[in-house]
Write a protein that binds this ligand. Structure first.
Ligand code: ZN
Length: 261
């Protein structure tokens, strides 16, 4: 069985910017998917912002084990309905990996519930990523640190909820540091944020970066059954309680009512 990955690409810079198109003639999402397809046990395909429903129909999400998201220039063009659909798929157990500037994407902000703000500088400076969780599956096969010669700087503080795990911390030539590999669980879904990947640098051709993303896919994959509807809120009336209980105080709802108002 293969892990089914959908790589979502904004696909704006590749079409409008010659530098980006030169580095990524097969697009950023296409490059990420091609690297994943060289892994055993992973089958990756791509969709883009410009596709109908941004390529993320309910049917497509139902067939996606792990979604990868890269966006930067057009976060506001993603429909609220699709962003909500992605969040619900995560709550149901779909894994998701947010790359680089996807920290400001609608699905990431929806899942985090915080501003997700950070400081930044575009100077092509060196980034050194340190593994802070040697035992973590996302760090498998990596050296204790690795470098990207040209990257955009992201600096702390990063306006996110405290992560479940911190797998990487980055240092930048200008002196800033940043929590650059972070995990959360949202509902039944595993969430991984990985910082590198500015569009004017060849980051997604780097073998260590490709290793992290492939490891992230395997980590985020939740082979347990996907929950049909993670948002149900059933009533458990007194008469069907597991233990006999005495009803006390005023009641707003009647037995048999669906949901909570
Ligand atoms: Zn960037």
């Amino acid at each position: 069985m293969s892990i089914r990955v959908t790589v979502w690409g904004e696909n704006v810079h590749e079409q409008k910017n010659k530098v980006v198109a030169g580095i990524y003639p097969d697009t950023m999402h296409g490059t990420i998917a091609a690297a994943l397809n060289r892994e055993s046990g992973i089958t990756a395909s791509t969709v883009t912002l410009q596709d109908v429903e941004h390529g993320l129909t309910p049917e497509r999400l139902a067939e996606t084990d792990v979604l990868i998201w890269w966006g930067h220039a057009a976060h506001g063009d993603v429909s609220d309905a699709v962003a909500e659909r992605v969040a619900e798929a995560v709550w149901s157990g779909m894994g998701i990996i947010f790359l680089h500037s996807a920290h400001f994407s609608k699905p990431f902000k929806r899942l985090m519930g915080t501003p997700c703000n950070l400081s930044w500088r575009e100077a092509g400076e060196r980034e050194r990523l340190w593994v802070t969780a040697r035992q973590h599956p996302i760090a498998r096969g990596l050296p204790d640190h690795f470098e990207l010669e040209h990257e955009e700087m992201y600096g702390e503080p990063f306006g996110i909820p405290e992560p479940l795990e911190t797998v990487f911390i980055s240092w930048f030539a200008g002196g800033e540091v940043f929590r650059s590999g972070l995990t959360w669980r949202r509902g039944a879904g595993n969430v991984f944020y990985f910082r590198p990947g500015h569009e004017t640098y060849p980051t997604y051709h780097d073998t260590n970066v490709q290793r992290v993303i492939a490891n992230g896919v395997r980590w985020a994959f939740n082979p347990e059954a996907r929950l049909a509807d993670p948002t149900t809120a059933p009533n458990r009336p007194v008469a069907s309680a597991l233990e006999p209980i005495e009803e006390r105080g005023p009641r707003l709802h009647h037995d048999g009512e669906e949901g909570y108002r």
